[in-house]
Design a protein around this ligand. Structure first.
Ligand code: DAH
Length: 346
């Protein structure tokens, strides 16, 4: 190989590489071209291997041309890169466009179940009067759920509670939180101010207004000289805390075997304010709980001397209280765990 031939080869390489750089479709092609022409095993190196066969005086000439070729190819690569890079950036910006004004995905936060929340609110009101929260078991025995509450076996008052009995003799699912009264009296000495929230069970055909599982809050106060006036004063305070300071209330005679006398406690209808609407069965009033003076027989079952101590008790359905405040039309919603329903109370 002589000088002229080597020079032609170098010029041919320059022309081919510069042309290829200008025509490259993307930067990956330019990278490949660079390696193929200027790399250690590239075309330029291959041509320069022929330099050893030349006479010594010709070698610098070839070296100078080779440097020119290298510089020219590098410049062509650089120019093509900046052109292509701009185009590629523009293409990416077009396809990967990010709308920074799009609202983020909502983060779901947990919240208390409306029934638990209502039960806690009820407990907070009574806590201001010194009532302490206790809990009884959901599986009760017949004696505590009925007999010690002055409801003997075969007593017609048992019809008030449709009971779910367990296979085990004498055990049942508590039909109300009232057996908790007996348990507290066995645990504590007067003065007693106890609040007993809890889940209760009844054998019911479930529909919009009947549930086989529901929550109650029971209250019990036992002390010397406790009277009906104390009960009425306390329940008034409760009604005013839950339904507004000016909500009228009333006592009506009622019947429960474990209290004597027994009352139903009403508030003026929260829907019609006494105008008599379907929500209050056109009476103008809504019953929110049952109450009364603890029957002496019940005190005695609790180990408390009725000659010395008197007590009052009350019991309310938490769903009922929640319904009056949130206007929920179907009891089943409370048990279905539908997040659309539960999320509405936050
Ligand atoms: N245990 C009653 C029920 O389930 C509610 C009740 C009424 C509780 C009067 C009481 C009370 O403590 O004095 O319907």
């Amino acid at each position: 190989m002589d000088l002229a031939q080597l020079t032609r080869n170098l010029e041919a390489l320059r022309a081919r590489a510069v042309g290829a750089a200008a025509a490259a479709p993307d930067t990956a092609a330019l990278d490949a071209l660079e390696v193929g022409v200027l790399g250690k095993k590239g075309d330029l190196t291959a041509i320069l291997r022929g330099i050893g066969a030349l006479p010594a005086e010709d070698r610098p000439k070839v070296g100078a041309i080779a440097n020119e070729v290298r510089t020219a190819v590098e410049a062509a690569l650089h120019e093509a890169r900046s052109g292509l890079g701009g185009a590629e950036l523009a293409a990416r910006l077009a396809t990967e466009a990010l709308d920074v004004t799009t609202p983020g995905r909502p983060i779901r936060r947990g919240s208390l179940h409306p029934i638990i929340e209502t039960a806690r609110e009820i407990a907070e009101v009574f806590a201001q009067f010194g009532f302490v929260v206790y809990e009884g078991p959901e599986i009760e025995d017949d004696r505590t759920n009925f007999q010690m509450l002055n409801i003997p076996p075969d007593h017609p008052a048992r019809d008030l509670w449709d009971t779910l009995y367990l296979d085990v003799e004498g055990l049942l699912l508590r039909t109300h939180t009232s057996p908790g009264q007996i348990r507290v009296m066995h645990e504590e000495r007067p003065p007693i101010r106890a609040l007993l929230p809890g889940r209760c069970f009844r054998y019911e055909a479930v529909d919009a207004s009947h549930a086989s599982e529901f929550f109650q809050v029971e209250g019990l106060m036992v002390d010397e000289g406790t009277s009906m006036a104390d009960l009425k004063g306390l329940l008034d305070q409760f009604a005013h805390a839950m339904f507004g300071a000016h909500r009228p209330t009333r006592f009506r005679p009622g019947y429960y075997p474990f209290t004597e006398p027994s009352v139903a406690f009403d508030i003026l209808c929260v829907i019609c304010d006494g105008e008599k609407c379907p929500a209050c069965s056109r009476t103008g009033w809504m019953t929110i709980l049952g109450a009364g003076m603890v029957h002496p027989v019940v005190l005695r079952y609790g180990g408390i001397d009725p000659e010395r101590y008197q007590g009052f008790a009350f019991g309310m359905g938490v769903e009922r209280i929640a319904n009056l405040r949130h206007q929920v039309a179907d009891l089943r919603l409370y048990m279905e765990d539908d997040l659309r329903f539960l999320g509405a109370f936050r």
